[in-house]
Design a binder for this molecule. Structure first.
Ligand code: XUL
Ligand code: CO
Length: 436
């Protein structure tokens, strides 16, 4: 049985001269770029929820896609068809990793016990398919936002009974991730946030969330999960005010609750822009704190104020992102997960291929451009030069704690006004564009 009969063989690399939209023009998995292959740098992953489970539904209309895997004699039968289609898709696309929520892969049962059982059954099947195809799990997570019980939040719920439901799900999602050799485990804040402070005790809710994370850390130790925990910031949607607003907020939260040693961040482009930051701003903030873990690759629409989760096609923006990633040393356990979906009107399974292929080519171009910019050296050297004064004499003495307001006031008194240099933004943008 094939779910993608239009694609006979894995998508080939044909080079920049190719005019074939079903071939890579830039993504050449084995091409070396500064000591690593493209696939080692980029570590692409397919998002199970969008690509396999997306229906095209929006607030104005129901499901519109007619996926050939989206049927079966029972919910579990359908889940198995979907799993088979997922591994066929990964193989034909040539992507090594996938990411999933517990409820993407296995349907909710009539009882808690049945939901657990459904997940374990599907995980065993996924493990077998991983062994057969060589595909790997980048990260697992739990869907703590879709079910009615979570409308007031999961870990931040006013009712500890709901907190226990979330604990059950995370325990099993974590165990599933371990069983599948997942390299990371993600917490995206779902409905951990609020609509109005008239009914919300923000202090309690943040403390509950921290307790929940500590319980996950303890459970990971207990079962021997040594993967990386990741928190994915997002400022709004579904709640008006999400607690994990942006990189800076999450880093502060982790530090406040003594969790910084156990977590890194999973930065999503469209979440950064919803927080009124650029993608590279949130990446840079995470990298500066040593917690840049992984990336949800997508892009938003500057004319729309919500999470449109479009496939990344903007080479300029992704080049700026890759500059941050390369400067921070690249991925270790993380990767580029396409948390993106095709538009409602993109009805065909072939559209899933066009979308991923262009996203992969976009990041391949961005990687090549960022690598060339670093090799060229003019941009990083300009920035380093701006701060050179801090590496010696007065600057070094200030940073070493050897100066005071008094000593500096005395030092500056008989000096001239500082020389004020140009910031050269347009020159730097010009150099950047040489490589794009
Ligand atoms: C929601 C979002 C999620 C997380 C995983 O905006 O990005 O899909 O990536 O729960
Ligand atoms: Co995401």
């Amino acid at each position: 049985m094939t779910y993608f009969p239009e694609i006979a063989a894995p998508i080939p690399y044909e080079g920049p001269e190719s005019d074939n939209p079903l071939a890579f023009r830039y993504y050449d998995a084995d091409q070396m770029v500064g000591g690593k292959t493209m696939s080692q740098h980029l570590r692409f992953a397919v998002a199970y929820w969008h690509t396999m489970k997306g229906t095209g539904q929006d607030p104005f209309g129901g499901p519109v896609y007619q996926r050939p895997w989206n049927h079966g004699s029972s919910p579990m039968d359908q889940a198995e068809n979907t799993l088979n289609a997922a591994f066929e898709f990964l193989t034909k696309l040539g992507v090594d990793f996938y990411c999933f929520h517990d409820r993407d892969m296995a349907p909710e049962g009539d009882t808690f016990a049945q939901s657990v059982d459904n997940l374990q059954t599907m995980v065993a099947k996924a493990k077998k398919l991983q062994q057969e195809t060589g595909k790997k799990l980048l990260w697992g997570t739990a869907n703590l936002f879709g079910h009615r019980r979570y409308i007031h939040g999961a870990a931040t719920n006013p009712d500890p009974h709901v907190f226990a439901c979330a604990a059950l799900q995370v325990k099993h999602a974590l165990e599933a991730t371990l069983e599948l050799g997942g390299e990371n485990y993600v917490f995206w804040g779902g409905r951990e946030g609020y609509e109005t402070l008239l009914n919300t005790d923000l202090k309690r809710e943040r403390e509950q969330l921290a307790r929940f994370f500590h319980m996950a850390v303890d459970h990971a130790k207990k079962i021997g999960f040594s993967g990386q925990f990741l928190i994915e910031p997002k400022p709004k949607e579904p709640t008006k005010h999400q607690y994990d607003f942006d990189s800076a907020t999450v880093i502060g939260f982790l530090r406040e609750f003594d969790l910084l040693d156990h977590f890194k961040l999973n930065i999503e482009a469209n979440h950064a822009t919803l927080a009124a930051h650029s993608f590279e701003h949130d990446l840079t903030t995470a990298a500066a704190a040593g917690v840049l873990g992984s990336i949800d690759a997508n892009m938003g629409d500057l004319l729309l104020g919500w999470d449109t989760d479009q496939f990344p096609t903007d080479v300029n923006s992704m080049t700026r992102a890759m500059l941050v990633l390369l400067a921070s040393g690249g991925f270790t356990s993380g990767g580029l997960n396409f948390d993106a979906h095709v538009r409602r009107a993109s009805l065909d399974t072939l559209d899933l291929f066009y979308a991923h292929i262009d996203g992969m080519d976009t990041f391949a171009r961005a990687l090549l451009a960022a690598h060339a910019i670093i090799e060229d050296g003019r941009i990083p050297e300009f920035t380093a030069q701006r701060y050179a004064g801090w590496d010696k004499d007065l600057g070094a003495s200030i940073l070493a704690g050897k100066e005071s307001l008094d000593s500096l006031a005395t030092w500056i008194l008989d000096k001239d006004e500082p020389q004020v240099p140009s910031g050269r933004q347009e020159y730097l943008e010009r150099i950047l564009n040489f490589f794009i």
